[in-house]
Design a protein around this ligand. Structure first.
Ligand SMILES: [Zn+2]
Ligand SMILES: [Zn+2]
Length: 240
């Protein structure tokens, strides 16, 4: 109990230090005081219904989503303040931003969970060495923030990344598939018979989540869906 209290106190101190180091700043325009200012939020139209029931896009772009994925949802395009926020989260150490982005994912995740009760929420894992370098796995932070009332379904240990891969950024579609082939392993005991919702920051070609989905389905998962913050094939005009 004491240990738990000490850990909580340390986390709180860490949170205050993080606030001092990174005061809430709009990633779109730099305005202080909020994770995104009202102007930038309005400037980037986010996904909204009606959308395709499988790919979550309008018009349907199911062809862009790997066939092993039963369903895909994303908050918005990889542009404007959303793209900058993900960059800050992944490459500038701004881990506190995951709370705000995760909350934006929450309604999408809750819909998927309500439709498939018993689903596991599984963040796309980093290789342990990359996670150590970054200090955290951004997808785990997003999953925790997005899960809310479904937090008991969080299951990060269901999937691990055994092989360290090159960054997908800058690779062609075929290179991306080869790069992540065989990189992941799923825990049969945890996923057998369960639907899985993968959580990731960006859906680009989908080759990373597809590689995860293949090993999850091989391990007996009932179906695999994915929820991400952004999707690279959408633009601000997609949802205008
Ligand atoms: Zn702004
Ligand atoms: Zn579709």
């Amino acid at each position: 109990m004491q240990g738990a209290r000490a850990r909580l106190a340390l986390r709180t101190v860490g949170g205050h230090v993080a606030d001092l180091l990174w005061p809430r700043t709009c990633p779109g325009c730099g305005e202080r005081g909020a994770w995104v200012c009202a102007y930038c939020r309005l400037d980037l139209p986010l996904a909204h219904e009606p959308w395709c029931a499988r790919c979550g896009a309008r018009p349907c772009s199911c062809h862009a989503i790997p066939s092993v994925l039963a369903l895909a949802r994303s908050v918005g395009p990889h542009e404007g303040w959303l793209a900058s926020a993900i960059h800050a989260l992944k490459y500038e150490g701004e881990s506190a931003r995951a709370g705000h982005l995760g909350q934006a994912m929450a309604p999408l995740l809750h819909d998927v969970m309500a439709d498939e009760p018993g689903s596991l929420i599984v963040p796309v894992p980093l290789h342990r060495r990359r996670e150590r370098e970054r200090g955290y796995n951004q997808s785990s932070l997003l999953a925790r923030a997005a899960a809310g009332p479904w937090s008991a379904s969080l299951c990060p240990s269901a999937l691990r990344r055994d092989r360290r891969t090159a960054q997908q950024v800058g690779l062609s579609g075929a290179e991306r598939v080869r790069n992540v082939d065989g990189a992941f392993a799923a825990d049969v005991d945890q996923v057998m018979g369960r639907p899985v919702v993968l959580i990731d920051d960006v859906l680009t070609t989908g080759s990373t989540v597809a590689a995860c989905a293949v090993v999850l389905l091989d391990a007996g998962a009932a179906a695999v869906a994915v929820v991400t913050v952004t999707r690279a094939d959408w633009t601000a005009r997609t949802w205008a």
